[in-house]
Design a protein around this ligand. Structure first.
Ligand code: URA
Ligand code: ZN
Length: 399
């Protein structure tokens, strides 16, 4: 059993990412997103992940004086010692690591060789995370990665593998769902696809919660030409596209009855559930007033409301940066017991003149402050959100 931390109230970061070196090697050999590329004017290679970053990538390739695309690939994305230093600087006792987006969504699945490759890559990345955690007992656990573009049996095999790894506490999943050919994309079959049910059942049976994380956002056109021209940086895709993607994905699962079909499924939603806590009432009302849905309860059973699903099968991270959002998230889940602190490290480092990535991160401070302001500094509720809930739900420090 991994030792629990010394302090009475451990601080657990459940939303914290890394890219192991084999993943970066894969991105460095690619010419379409996601990719890693060096530019003469940049000391660090650039990590270009999002569709919204394509216009800037094209401008930078055509004109060396154009602003650099994506974000710098600093050691914070790849180095275990940088992660551990970040944790100790911010008083984080334990981190539950996850591969960052877009995970293995982009792997091709054309022929048998490629299908095997997706399974092998997932195996290798999951083994890397397990080794990092095993070398830091009590400090690190991880959410595993699934080869979502591989055939169903390969995905089920990956779940079996993860359930045998001592430090795995769930899986990180995007919204794209399964794909039969080509890499997954925003237009993949989604998490309401009945073909995904055996995978969700297997995760529930293995008691592996799903950490649901966005990547695809909304189409660039929604944000307009000035956003594409780079005038607004990453603000609209990250602040609005990401949360809307999560909201839509979970609403689709709810409408498809996935939570009723897999009652043992436990989900932890990134960014406090996108806009779900705020919009759950509207979603409920739209269901209740839609002739296409009313009276369609399965097997004569009463339909569970979205509020009930939020209180029975869903946890939210506390990555919302404000007291107002955090209070709403807590209320939606029926209390502080369903919220878990996170940082989103290594994204959102300090920027601008004098910025020091090895100092205190404002993004972390804002999330911690929101918890203490919303729930009371020193309160039992705040302690639960900062770590107690993660220890209980993810069975940390237990064999
Ligand atoms: N946070 C993430 O987790 N991923 C991104 O691409 C950007 C912010
Ligand atoms: Zn994240």
């Amino acid at each position: 059993m991994d030792p629990p931390p010394q302090q009475q109230h451990p601080v657990v970061d459940i939303h914290t990412h890394m890219y192991p070196s084999e993943y970066i090697d894969m991105l460095s050999s690619r010419t379409t997103i996601p990719l890693v590329r060096t530019f003469p004017s940049s000391p660090d290679p650039r990590l270009i992940l999002l569709e919204s970053e394509i216009p800037a990538l094209e401008r930078a390739l055509a004109d060396p004086s154009a602003p650099l695309p994506g974000r710098p690939l600093t050691s914070h994305f790849t180095s275990l010692s940088a992660k551990l230093a970040f944790m100790s600087r911010h008083g984080i006792s334990t981190s539950v690591l996850s591969l960052a987006n877009p995970w293995l969504d982009f792997l091709p699945t054309g022929d048998d060789k490629e299908k095997e490759e997706a399974g092998r890559t997932a195996h290798c990345i999951n083994a890397s995370f397990e080794a990092m955690c095993a070398a830091n007992p009590g400090k690190l656990f991880f959410f595993g990665t699934l080869p979502v573009t591989a055939p169903r049996q390969t995905i089920l095999d990956a779940i079996t593998h993860l359930s045998e790894l001592a430090h795995c506490r769930g899986v990180v999943l995007g919204t794209s769902g399964l794909t039969s050919a080509g890499g997954a994309a925003a237009g993949g079959s989604g998490l309401d696809d009945p073909a995904l049910l055996p995978v969700l059942h297997a995760l529930a049976d293995a008691e592996l919660p799903v950490f649901l994380h966005p990547h695809y956002g909304l189409p660039n056109a929604v944000f307009g030409p000035r956003s594409s021209a780079g005038e607004y940086g990453h603000v609209l895709p990250l602040a609005l596209g990401f949360p809307m993607e999560t909201t839509v994905a979970v609403a689709r699962m709810f409408l498809a009855g996935v939570f009723d079909a897999v009652p043992g499924l436990v989900m932890i939603l990134a960014h406090s559930g996108g806009t779900l806590p705020f919009l759950a009432g509207r979603i409920e009302s739209c269901v209740a007033h839609d002739a296409a849905l009313v009276g369609k309860d399965k097997d004569g059973k009463r339909r569970r409301s979205l509020w009930e699903v939020l209180r029975e099968q869903i946890y939210l991270d506390a990555v919302i940066y404000s007291e107002v959002g955090l209070k709403t998230a807590a209320e939606a889940g029926g209390g502080a017991e369903r919220l878990m602190f996170g940082t989103d490290h290594p994204f959102f480092p300090p920027v601008g003149e004098g910025a020091d990535a090895d100092g205190e991160w404002e993004s972390v401070r804002l999330n911690a402050e929101a918890v203490h302001k919303a729930l009371g500094d020193g309160s039992d509720e705040a302690a639960l959100v900062m770590g107690g809930n993660a220890v209980r739900v993810l069975r940390l420090y237990k064999a």
